[in-house]
Design a protein around this ligand. Structure first.
Ligand SMILES: C[S@@+](CC[C@H](N)C(=O)[O-])C[C@H]1O[C@@H](n2cnc3c(N)ncnc32)[C@H](O)[C@@H]1O
Length: 219
C-alpha cells in the first residue's frame, strides 16, 4: 500500500496527498468545490441525455462517483458509471475521509460505492449503476461506449503517460456523438492533443485557484 496523508482543503473537505509523487488527489483550494465545478456543473449538467454512460479516469476516493450519484437523483437522470482505478484505496483510509456526506442515505451510498465488487456492474441506487474497473488506463481497451468522460488523472507533469494522444484517441473512439470530455487541466499541450484526435475544445473558467479548465466535445 502506498503511503498517503489525509489533508483538509480550503472548503473543509478532505483530500489525499501522495508523498512519493508529491501530488494531491484534488485541489487543495477545495476538493468538493473542484469536483462539483469541473465534473458536475461543467460536465454532467451540460449533457442533454437523460440516460448517460459515464467513464471516469481514476476512481480514487469515490468523490466524483458520489457527486454523480447525488446529481443523478436530483436531475432525475439514469447513469451507468464506469471508473478505472489501478490503486484501490483501503477501506480504513476511505472511512477517514470527510466530504460532508453526513446523512444516513449519503453514508450508506458512499459505502456501497466502495464496497461494490470490481469489474462487475452493481446497482447502487435506482438511478445509478457502477462498474469499477481494476486496471491500468495505459493498457486498457474499453468495450463500452460513453457519453461523458471525467478525465481525473494525476497532473501531466506528475504522470505524463496518462495524458497521451494514443489514450485520448481511444477514448474519443469509444465516445458517442455529442459526447463531452471534461478535465481540470487547462494545459495547451493537452488541449492540442485533444484537438488532434478530433475533439472540439473549449477553455472555461476553472474552480477556485485555477483560471481555466478544459471541456472537449465529440460533435
Ligand atoms: C487525481 S486522482 C483521482 C481522484 C478521484 N477521481 C477522486 O474523486 O478521488 C488520480 C487517480 O488515478 C489513479 N491512477 C493512477 N495511475 C493509474 C493508471 N495507470 N490507471 C488507472 N488509474 C490510475 C490514482 O490511483 C488516483 O486514484
Amino acid at each position: 500500500m502506498r503511503k498517503m496523508e489525509i489533508q483538509k482543503t480550503s472548503d473543509g473537505s478532505s483530500t489525499l496527498y501522495l508523498p512519493e509523487m508529491d501530488e494531491h488527489y484534488h485541489s487543495t483550494n477545495g476538493a468538493l468545490t473542484e469536483s462539483l465545478h469541473v465534473f458536475i456543473k461543467t460536465g454532467l449538467e451540460t449533457h442533454e441525455k437523460s440516460e448517460l454512460s459515464v467513464l471516469e479516469i481514476g476512481f480514487g476516493t469515490g468523490l466524483n462517483a458520489m457527486l454523480t450519484l447525488k446529481a443523478a437523483d436530483r436531475l432525475e437522470r439514469c447513469v451507468n458509471y464506469s471508473s478505472i482505478e489501478l490503486y484501490p484505496l483501503s477501506k480504513e483510509l476511505v472511512d477517514s475521509l470527510d466530504f460532508g456526506f453526513d446523512s444516513q442515505e449519503d453514508k450508506a451510498n458512499f459505502s456501497k460505492l466502495h464496497d461494490a465488487e470490481w469489474n462487475t456492474s452493481v446497482a447502487i441506487s435506482e438511478r445509478f449503476v457502477l462498474k469499477k474497473i481494476h486496471g491500468d488506463l495505459t493498457k486498457t481497451v474499453f468495450e463500452d461506449r460513453f457519453d461523458l468522460v471525467y478525465f481525473d488523472a494525476f497532473a501531466p507533469d506528475k504522470q505524463p503517460d496518462m495524458w497521451s494522444e494514443e489514450i485520448f484517441r481511444h477514448i474519443y473512439e469509444q465516445m458517442n456523438d455529442g459526447g463531452i470530455f471534461v478535465t481540470y487541466c487547462a494545459k495547451g499541450v493537452v488541449r492540442r492533443m485533444l484537438q488532434a484526435v478530433g475533439f472540439t475544445t473549449e477553455r472555461l473558467p476553472g474552480p477556485p485557484g485555477k483560471r481555466e479548465m478544459l471541456r472537449a466535445k465529440k460533435l
